[in-house]
Design a binder for this molecule. Structure first.
Ligand code: HEM
Length: 154
């Protein structure tokens, strides 16, 4: 299970880098009125795949991880009143699932019958909002009570 937590944490960096690249490329795509390139389609696809993999591991951790639902909360702790369990069982999963849905819809623009300009522009906004949500929902080390390492094991 420690391995899955570390993998989930590393995937955060892969996803952030790919998402950032997708945002920059879609911005330059619509501002430069470019035709949608095969490379950008592939980048969007890989961004979505890394998001879905992070989601899958997240779901495993949420249900059967060290602090998973299967283990319940410690005696007398109620989920919504406890900042730790509220974050890991509710806030983090809900916000991340919303962000991953936005990434999926953003990537889906590539398949629509709309202009390449519109594909780039719509994808840009979906990816940008997803990034903001992800940044807000990551347990950064500075966050009291819930903070985790930037790099697993450090
Ligand atoms: C964009 C998607 C996501 C990112 C970037 C992300 C990032 C992270 C990070 C950085 C940690 C801390 C890991 C550590 O301790 O080193 C974490 C923990 C966790 N995440 Fe996610 N997460 C994402 C999506 C999800 C989803 C969708 C779920 C659940 C459905 C989830 C469930 C969890 C759980 C349960 C933990 C605590 C694991 C434990 O300590 O046992 N995550 N996540």
């Amino acid at each position: 299970m420690n391995f899955l937590v570390a993998l989930h944490s590393w995937l955060r960096w892969i996803l952030l880098i790919l998402l950032l690249a997708s945002i920059v490329k879609s911005l330059s795509g619509f501002s430069g009125k470019k035709a949608l390139s095969a490379g950008d389609k592939k980048l969007w696809l890989f961004t979505m795949i890394s998001a879905h993999t992070t989601l899958l591991i997240g779901l495993i951790l949420l249900f059967v991880g060290k602090f998973g639902i299967i283990n319940g909360t410690p005696e007398g702790v109620s989920v919504m009143k406890d900042p730790f369990y509220r974050f890991y069982w509710v806030e983090h999963p809900v916000m991340m699932i919303i962000a991953i849905a936005l990434i999926t819809v953003g990537r889906g623009q590539a398949k629509k019958s709309i202009s390449d300009y519109a594909k780039y522009k719509k994808a840009f906004w979906f990816f940008l909002i997803a990034l903001v949500v992800i940044l807000a929902a990551i347990p950064w080390p500075s966050r009291p009570g819930i903070g985790r390492a930037l790099i697993p094991g450090m």
